[in-house]
Design a protein around this ligand. Structure first.
Ligand SMILES: Nc1nc2c(ncn2[C@@H]2O[C@H](COP(=O)(O)OP(=O)(O)OP(=O)(O)O)[C@@H](O)[C@H]2O)c(=O)[nH]1
Ligand SMILES: [Mg+2]
Length: 217
């Protein structure tokens, strides 16, 4: 049981921000889309992944972080990303864009297959250094998210909640949503005790997230 206040992460130091900027200004490339655990690239460097409900903004966030418009494919249709997509960040990191969970406009059997893959990946990747779990800033943590958070607890994968679409959150709702998220995170021992609030639209929180990734060792 966590008894942590889960504050929104403070602005990183100038040095940390600069490390993040440099890391993400380097070469980023699509490596491959993986449909089975056997297809994962060699576990030869650290990686971070972006998990979350369909349509929460995972692919868009990867594009914002890397400064590309279309490195990761995005869509209005939930269920756009159906494979585990690997991107390199220089030669030192992998960024991993995951298929969404929850709702998807795809056949049931296909969704079931990629959900199995998602769960196998989240609990069985030794080089996964941190899972960023994206939560829609307008909606907070839902029941489907809980399932993934519990899986990450069991697998002892440290995860950090990143709130997305901050530009769409009414100022009056912001603290209410943050408090809901904080309360829901209490039972999760694998939860990193700081939240990140982002908008891929305005760029809010993007430099902070870059600094967080660059600060992992
Ligand atoms: N206003 C706003 N819209 C966003 C933001 N991030 C993503 N979106 C929109 O949300 C929709 C879904 O974004 P994606 O990045 O494709 O979502 P995803 O989580 O990768 O979805 P799946 O691959 O289907 O699981 C797109 O229409 C994006 O333009 C944001 O910060 N603000
Ligand atoms: Mg996607």
């Amino acid at each position: 049981m966590n008894t942590l206040p889960f504050p929104v992460v403070e602005a990183p130091s100038v040095e940390a921000m600069e490390r993040g900027r440099k890391l993400f200004a380097g070469r980023t490339e699509f490596v491959k889309g993986v449909v089975a655990m056997s297809g994962l690239p060699a576990a030869d460097r650290m990686e971070v992944c972006f998990a979350g409900r369909s349509n929460v903004g995972k692919s868009t966030l990867i594009n914002a972080l890397t400064g590309h418009k279309a490195l990761a494919r995005t869509s209005n249709t939930p269920g756009r990303t159906q494979e585990i997509n690997y991107f390199t960040l220089q030669d030192s990191h992998y960024l991993v864009d995951l298929p969404g969970y929850g709702f998807a406009k795809a056949p049931v059997a296909v969704v079931a297959q990629w959900q199995r893959l998602l769960k196998a990946y989240l609990s069985g990747r030794p080089t996964l250094r941190r899972a960023f779990v994206l939560i829609d800033g307008r909606h907070g943590i839902k029941a489907v998210d809980e399932e993934i958070l519990s899986l990450l607890d069991t697998a002892a994968v440290p995860f950090q909640v990143v709130l997305t679409k901050a530009d769409k959150v009414k100022a009056a709702d912001r603290e209410k949503i943050l408090d809901q998220v904080r309360a829901r995170l209490q039972p999760h021992p694998a939860a990193f005790p700081e939240l990140v609030v982002t908008s891929s639209e305005t760029g809010a929180g993007i430099e902070t997230l870059r600094a967080i990734v660059a600060g992992l060792d």
